[in-house]
Design a binder for this molecule. Structure first.
Ligand code: FES
Length: 125
């Protein structure tokens, strides 16, 4: 799929705590470029993120590196909403970033996702 050439303007979006924050949307890839129950690495601004597609076609974005030893999480095993780190089998909830099984004990940051015209955008600003 050919991605748009035009960057998406920053906009205010609501957060879980009821506040609003300015978010800059970054194009990641086409929806069809991520299979169900898998992830994709996305590098932007000198940082690494991971985009996941659940078995029910929901998309999520988290930090891309494990908080235990900085392994790429897009290569992990996704089962429902639980992601198993490929190195030591720590588990994170991709919806919230919560570390759910040791040795992972520090939560991941999560970022909003928007789907527009078959393209996945992540709110990384
Ligand atoms: S590197 Fe992920 S649990 Fe150790």
């Amino acid at each position: 799929m050919k991605l748009r050439e035009i960057p998406v303007a920053p906009e205010l979006i609501g957060r879980a705590d009821g506040e609003e924050t300015m978010t800059a949307w970054q194009q990641v890839c086409g929806v069809d470029e991520i299979e169900q129950d898998s992830g994709r690495r996305f590098d932007f601004g000198g940082r690494t993120f991971a985009i996941f597609r659940s078995g029910s076609d929901e998309f999520f974005c988290t930090d891309g590196l494990c908080t235990h030893e900085a392994v790429h999480l897009a290569d992990g095993l996704l089962m429902d909403y639980e992601l198993e780190c490929p190195k030591h089998a720590g588990v994170f909830d991709i919806r919230t970033g919560e570390a759910k099984r040791l040795p992972a004990c520090v939560n991941l940051r999560t970022y909003p996702i928007r789907i527009d015209g078959g393209v996945v955008f992540a709110g990384l600003g």
